[in-house]
Structures are given as C-alpha cells and as structure tokens.
Design a protein around this ligand. Sequence first.
Ligand code: PMP
Ligand code: GLN
Length: 381
Amino acid sequence: MIKLSSKLPDIGTTIFTEMSGLANEYNAINLSQGFPNYTSDPLLSKLVQKAMNEGYNQYAPMAGSLDLRVAISNKFISLYNSTYHPDDEITVTAGATQAIYTVISTFVKSGDEVLIFKPAYDCYQPAIEVNGGIAVPIQLSAPEYSIDWLEVASKLSSRTRMIIINTPHNPSGTIWTKEDIRALERLTHDTNIIVLSDEVYEHIIFDDLQHESVCKYPELKARSFITASFGKTFHNTGWKIGYCCAPKVLMTEFRKVHQFNVFSVHHPSQIGIAEYMADASTYDNLSSFFQRKRDLFLSLIADSGFKFIPSKGTYFQVLDFSDITDEGDIDFAKRLTREKGIASIPLSVFNEGGRDDKVLRFCFAKTEETLVKAAEILNSI
Ligand code: PMP
Ligand code: GLN
C-alpha cells in the first residue's frame, strides 16, 4: 500500500460542494453556493459563440487576450482613475480562485505568515498551507464584523509576507471603510508586505456606499494584487474567467508561476467578454439589480424569526437564527435542507476553530419567484 503524507490533512470537500449536493439530493431551494439561477445576457453568449466561429479556438496569449486586458485597463481608469498597463500589469486567470492561488504560491515561502480575516472565504487558508505558509487568523465578530486595528497590528511580525483582504466581504456582506483602508496603509507602510485584495464583488454594493478598492490608494496599490471574477459580474460563474492586476514588479513574478500553473485560459470567452465590455455601461446597473433582490428578500422575511443587518455588498445575506434554535449552525443548515427544503451555508466553517455565531448565509442572486418561495419557507421556521 502506498503511504501518503497529506499536505492538507484537515481539508475535506468544500462546504459549497457539500451543501449544493445536499440541496440537489433533497430537491431543496439552493441558496447555499453563490451562483445565479437565471441566465446571463444572451448578447454575451452570442459574442463568445461568434469568437468560436471566427476561430479563436487555440491558446490565448499567456497573459490573456490583449483586447480583454485593454478593456480591463479602461475599466480601472474610468471607475477608479487608476492605471494598470495592459502589457505587464493585468493577467487573465481561470476565475479569481486561480488568481488567488497563484498570487499566494508566487510569494509565500515555507514559514511565511499570512494574515487573514475570519470568517474567510474558503480558498485562502488551504492555498497558504499547501505552499508551506502559516495562516494567522484575525477573527471578526458577528453581527458587525468590524476590525480592531490594534489587534491586527499585534499579529504582524517580521515573518508576515502577505495580508489577504476581501471587500465587499463574502460571507458577511460587510464592506471596508476608508478608515479601514487607511489603517491598512499605515500598518504596511515601510514594510515588504504584499496585500492580496480580493475584490470579486466590487460591482455589487448597496445603498450608495462606495467600494474602497486598494487601487485608489497609491501607497497600497504599490504593494497590492487585486483579484476579480467575471463570473460574479456577468452572471456566469461556470465560465471561470477572472483576472488580477498589480504593479509591474509584482506581476512579473506572478506570471512566472501563472505560465506553468495554467498558461492561459479559455480563449473565446475572453474575446467575447472584451467585446461586451466595450459598452461602458456594462456595470452600471449591477448594484441596483442586486439591491432590488436584497430588498425584496429582506422585506419578505422581515417578520420571520431570523435577525439581520442588511447586507452592504455581495449577493449574500447572513441571518442570525439564535432566537429560533440552539442547534449548531452546520446541523441547522443541513436540517433546513432536508426537512424544510432550503439550503444555506453555515458561517462557522469560515471561522477560526469553527466558532459558531448562529448565523447562516443565503445567496439572493435568484429569480423573484425563487426568493418568494424561499421566504415562505423561512417565515414558517
Ligand atoms: N473570492 C470570493 C470572495 C468569492 O466569493 C469567490 C467566488 N464566489 C471567489 C473568490 C472565486 O471566484 P471565481 O469563481 O471567479 O473563481
Ligand atoms: N464563491 C462561491 C460562494 O461563496 C462558491 C464557489 C465555489 O463553490 N467554490 O458561494
């Protein structure tokens, strides 16, 4: 028998796979894994099909199609007045997940420490650990999930190689304020710390709040990667096209790994997305589109037994069930799926040591009909 020494001994199957599997098994309404249950713009599919018909079926350039990198660069200029050069500061990736993995594996060496804020999106810590790094958690508390910057300062050491941030934040639906960003800028000043800023929900932000991209802060920008996902923006998570941006000196190192990690990603999608993005209004309605869904969902469950603070961004809403049951959140989420026909994500899986604040995450990127049915169930609990 072969003897294995796992590099990730404590990792099982992701909660998203598990809960979507359970939802399918029990034919439950699936508000667990984050993906829309409606189609993306048919024009976008047509443009990708056109790219296939026109012969964009061989390897894309390693860094991504130049047209797409130009479109991304233009977006940063128009939205944030921030320049990333298409030649050497933008790389197209297989979703944000690959961008995040590659950033971490490019820079994190054995014994390096990486600060992560918990609850943390599930792909950060395994990527750190499989590369020999040490994840240093900063646990935030429900329901505000605000950051104690003195605690963050106390967790920095000479071994801190990277800090991973995520705003708007999955799973809590909170966002970083200007003050948070300034605090991060102060703390990293005069250090060699790299910031990985996961901004996949940059276009999904509510109540006229502003997304604080690290690219708006020149000193932070100089040490940061931004990771992004077209799956979130254009409602097609299955295409797995994303990108990352960083100053040239950082991106040069990234590409050394990227070219052997994936080399390049699906070519026709890149051509189609680039043409689609030429229409500058592509992002305009995204926040209001999702805000309507958030508002509908929350108005429908206003009198339920769940407590909540409205999500400020992302397409997730966390609901506190502490008035309903003392059950653990994983057990409760599974029971709701099996017995009530609605699937969600228990937040404890993203917390340090599985801390259970009695909250579940629900994805509201769903049709009105699905949200109405989901609310009927939640109101009956
Ligand atoms: N980061 C966060 C915070 C996410 O929520 C997701 C996916 N939902 C990703 C990264 C990964 O994005 P992609 O599907 O493009 O790999
Ligand atoms: N990002 C999605 C979510 O948060 C899940 C993606 C995945 O299944 N890996 O639900």
